[in-house]
Every structure is written in structure tokens, then in C-alpha cells.
Design a protein around this ligand. Sequence first.
Ligand code: SF4
Length: 200
Amino acid sequence: METTKLQKSVESRGWSFKSFATGAEAAEYLTGELAGETVGIGGCGTAEAIGLYDRLKAVCPDVAWHWKEEDMYAARVRAMRGDAYVCSANAVAETGEIVNIDGMGNRLAATLFGHKRVYIIAGRNKLCPDLDAAIYRARNVAAPLRARSMNKKTPCAVGELKCHDCRAPERVCCGMTILMYKMMGMEKCELIMIDEDLGM
Ligand code: SF4
């Protein structure tokens, strides 16, 4: 994975940048970064794939992740209040923008406000040449795959795997964020790229 251009773009937008060959290395780095902190995690196949939750649980006073808790809504709310927040991206543009689409919006909201630090972890499969391509990927690859994995009754899940801009009651795309610069008031926003295919 070539990240020279991406690193320059991201750092010019006030973000920190790290790159790792494997998810295991990224998980080890994040465990060191977040030890002793309260942490929220967004719905994130990448975090699951790299075993982040168990590692953080061993060193953090609280790790809120709705994928691991019975009361999913309460976990989402608690995740909004942690010192730090970790989630993935639906797409990362080499020009430095980070694109995410949510149904409920907890992940989008958490990357915009309320934390001292935000970490976005992304596999190489999320990397796109520019913002248009990143938005295209988020809408036509990540979101349909997500809808399909959740067995939603949406045209992208039951038919051709692309976005039909549906009006289905089970639509999973209700909001989209484009992170363009480190959010004002946050201590640190960091993009962590992993040279493996991870997440959707
Ligand atoms: S808007 Fe509808 S069709 Fe498009 S990706 Fe989202 S759920 Fe699928």
C-alpha cells in the first residue's frame, strides 16, 4: 500500500497519520495509545477483525461497544462520552477526506464532537483516489455490503449490489459525513491505515 500522498494530504488537514503492515500491529499500537482511557467504539468490522475490543478491555477502565453489549442503545450513548473514539471509514480519499455513512448516526456524531481524540482505522481496501471516488465507494460498495450483511429488505441487499437511492423503510443510509479537517477543539484526530483488506 502506497501511502506517501495520503499521509501528506491527511497531515495537511491537521490529522495525524500512522500506517501498519498488519491489523495486529495496529491493535498493539492502539492499545498503548488508549491504556487508562475510557473508549467508545463504533460499528466497525475492522475493529472486530483486529481483536481490538478484548485488547482494550484489558487496559481501559471502560470500553463501550454496542456490538458486545446487550443494551445496544445504552452502549452507543456511553460510547459518545468516552475520552476517545475508534471507528473505521467507509472510504478514505488519497486527497485526505474520510467518508462515512450511517443509519443511526452515532458513529457520525462521535467523529464530529464529544471526544478528546478520534482514531479512524481503515484497511487498504478503503483507499480511493479522490473524494468523488470515496463517496462512490461509501454509497455503492460499503453501504450495500452492510445492508446485505444485516439481511435488510433494500434493493441493494436483495438485488444488484449497488446503491439505488432507495426509500425502503430499512434503508441503512440516513446520513453521510465527510471529515475534511481535524475538528476544532479535539486534541487529536488520527487516521490509521492497515495494509490488509479489512471491513466492508
Ligand atoms: S440508500 Fe438504499 S439502496 Fe442505497 S445503499 Fe443505502 S440501503 Fe442500499
